[in-house]
Design a binder for this molecule. Structure first.
Ligand code: SF4
Length: 238
């Protein structure tokens, strides 16, 4: 028996659709498995596939992660670590004068006397009540332009105005993943360090990790790091 042409076309479209759906489901599971290996074992496998998958199916992967009892933050962490891995070399090769360091205003002490400027963000007055005083000092010693910002939109304005070739950012996992995604479209080699304690106030960043990334390509060796500001010199946030 011969089927009409329209029947054959619908059957083919149906088969292709099922194949695409199966392909996407396999990709989502593969992303979670590779992401788990990355987060737990620090092994970056198929980074371009991982990044494509997370950028394209971000919400679906988060929903799948929830079903398996995996924290949504882990999906953001995977996205951050993949981008860090892919951009590491290009970031390190860029002169510090073409880099910016952006930290969130929630890292400040709650009694911070500095005020927000609509162009420059918060300008630290160096009172020493939080880690930012020393971070700024070290960033500027290395050659970075340093910004304390109230949010992601502010970062985009800075990127458009300053046009850095590389950017290092600190934020909570979700904002950092989203910010790194947007900034990487501006052809800027981006690196990120997530907050280890997030929230609106009293947030905290891994200072050693941040200093290590700041110095990438500038003072990579232990001897050179020791010449600069040691992580231990930076007081803890009050
Ligand atoms: S050191 Fe911290 S609290 Fe003091 S002015 Fe700078 S950002 Fe504000």
């Amino acid at each position: 028996m011969q089927y009409p042409l329209s029947h054959t076309i619908y059957a083919t479209i149906g088969k292709i659709s099922v194949a695409i759906i199966i392909g996407i489901v396999i990709l989502l599971f593969l992303t979670l498995i590779l992401g788990y290996i990355l987060v737990k074992k620090q092994k970056l496998i198929l980074p371009s596939v991982l990044l494509f998958s997370i950028d394209t199916f971000y919400l679906q992967i988060k929903s799948l992660a929830r079903r398996f009892g995996i924290a949504e933050k882990t999906v953001d962490q995977i996205g951050i670590e993949v981008r860090n891995g892919l951009n590491k070399e290009s970031f390190s090769s860029i002169d510090a004068r073409d880099r910016i360091l952006v930290v969130p205003q929630c890292l400040r002490h709650e009694k911070c006397p500095a005020r927000l400027d609509s162009m420059e963000g918060v300008t630290c007055k160096g009172c020493g009540m939080c880690d930012i005083k020393e971070l700024k000092k070290e960033a500027e010693r290395l050659g970075y332009r340093f910004y304390i910002v109230p949010g992601g939109t502010f970062v985009e304005r800075i990127i458009k105005r300053v046009r850095p070739r590389a950017a290092l950012g600190v934020a909570c996992h979700r904002d950092l993943y989203a910010g790194m995604h947007r900034i990487s479209r501006a052809e800027c080699a981006v690196q990120g360090v997530p907050l280890i304690r997030d929230g609106c106030i009293h947030t905290e960043v891994d200072i050693k990790e941040l200093l290590r990334k700041m110095r990438a390509g500038i003072e990579d060796t232990v001897e050179e790091i020791e010449k600069g500001c040691s992580p231990d010199e930076i007081p803890k946030t009050g």
